[in-house]
Write a protein that binds this ligand. Structure first.
Ligand code: UD1
Length: 360
């Protein structure tokens, strides 16, 4: 890239999706400024969280870091005054579905209130380009498969976490309607899994994992005894839940494609003004039993499992129609389920205690 290097503010950059996206931003020669309150991360030896120290090791580039919550507007203003931000990628949010049902106000304050604060400060500083980290959860129980972006959203969201993503999408739409200068892209993630191929960064659930792949990885490494398969009587090929698992590096590259659309890319540097949502998925569904089998193959470990009751709030099947992202962003997911499991296993086996340096 020649000329001016664009500066991207990444909120929630210390987390799973954020850290992998930053690797790609730095590789693509963007400058990166991070705001994160470290609510879900491990501190490193220096001033950065451990995940970002490792991102610096992978990329050999520096990251400018501010430890702050989005509730603190004064710090946000400092970030925008000290850096000439060209665009924002907004990840910072709480994301535990079960917890969100117990602490709905905490979720709305963080996820919705935090987003409004960020948007207000962006407006003050005339920064009007944002990529929002949304989720396929906004579709609720899908009416048709594969799911296209024009599928209704908000109906059938079963928990405050999911609704907070839906609400922020609606706020962003209203914002654009009020001022068409804004360029806003919502990326609706299906099921991000895997880890950076180096094995240096990955997902590090601080508690017992809720999601399937991190749970399987902990069984494979001997931290947990067996996987409970939630439901084996769904109307799916083998009776277990079907999801669209997407490698975290593919997901990260989707953010770069979205950013290029927003900022405009040589030789057509006009940039995007509007509001647009894109599914980030592979378009393929895999059952729980298929994921367990693929993980066994990749890790060469046997994974014990037991078939149990359905989990409340789960849908039988969910997978993306990802053609809009292909046609409009030039993006497709490239990695296979085996790649996802192999990279997840490399991360988990090299870091049995996640980002904690000592094994526990
Ligand atoms: C979950 C969240 C969703 C979030 C997404 C992010 C819930 C209800 N939904 O989706 O809001 O956006 O993660 O990745 O938590 N499974 C088991 N055993 C387990 C864990 C899961 O059988 O121990 C099954 C589930 O029933 C499902 C599949 O594995 O069929 C995937 O589950 P999970 O990884 O939790 O993702 P989602 O439920 O799709």
């Amino acid at each position: 890239m020649s000329g001016h290097r664009k500066t991207i503010l990444v909120t929630g950059g210390a987390g799973y999706v954020g850290s992998h996206t930053i690797v790609m931003l730095l590789t693509e020669r963007y400058k990166v400024v991070v705001v994160d309150n470290l609510s879900n991360s491990v501190k490193g030896n220096g001033s950065l969280p451990e995940s970002l120290e490792r991102v610096q090791t992978i990329t050999k580039c520096d990251i400018k870091f501010y430890e702050s919550s989005l509730e603190d507007k004064d710090t946000l203003r400092t970030v925008f005054s000290e850096n000439k931000i060209d665009a924002v990628i907004h990840f910072a949010a709480l994301k535990a579905v079960g917890e969100s049902c117990i602490l709905p106000l905490t979720y709305y304050r963080n996820n919705v209130g935090g987003s409004v604060n960020l948007l207000e400060v962006m407006k003050e500083f005339h920064v009007k380009k944002i990529v929002f980290s949304s989720s396929a959860t906004v579709y609720g129980d899908p009416q048709d498969l594969p799911i296209k972006e024009d599928h209704p959203t908000g109906q059938g969201c079963t928990n405050p976490y999911g609704r907070s993503k839906f609400f922020v999408e609606e706020i962003l739409k209203d914002l654009w309607k009020s001022d068409e200068d804004w360029g806003i892209i919502s990326l609706r993630y299906f099921n991000p899994v895997g880890a950076h191929h180096s094995g240096l960064i990955g997902e590090d659930p601080l508690d017992i994992p809720n999601n399937l792949m991190p749970y399987i990885a902990q069984v494979a490494v001997g931290k947990r005894e067996y996987v409970s398969v939630y439901g084996s009587d769904y109307s799916t090929p083998d009776g277990t839940g079907v999801r669209d698992y997407i490698h975290i590096e593919d997901l990260a590259s989707g953010h770069i494609s979205a950013l290029e659309k927003l900022l405009g890319k040589e030789p057509t540097p006009k940039g995007f003004h509007g509001w647009r949502a894109y599914n980030l998925g592979t378009g393929k569904g895999h059952s729980v039993l298929e994921v367990i089998a693929a993980f066994e193959k990749a890790s060469k470990k046997s994974i014990k499992y037991t078939l149990t009751e359905r989990r409340t709030g789960d849908v039988p099947a969910s997978y993306a129609d990802a053609t809009r992202a292909r046609d409009e962003l030039g993006w497709t997911a490239k990695k296979t389920l085996f790649d996802m499991c192999a990279d997840m296993w490399r991360w988990q086996s090299k870091n049995p205690s996640g980002f904690h340096r000592e094994s526990s």
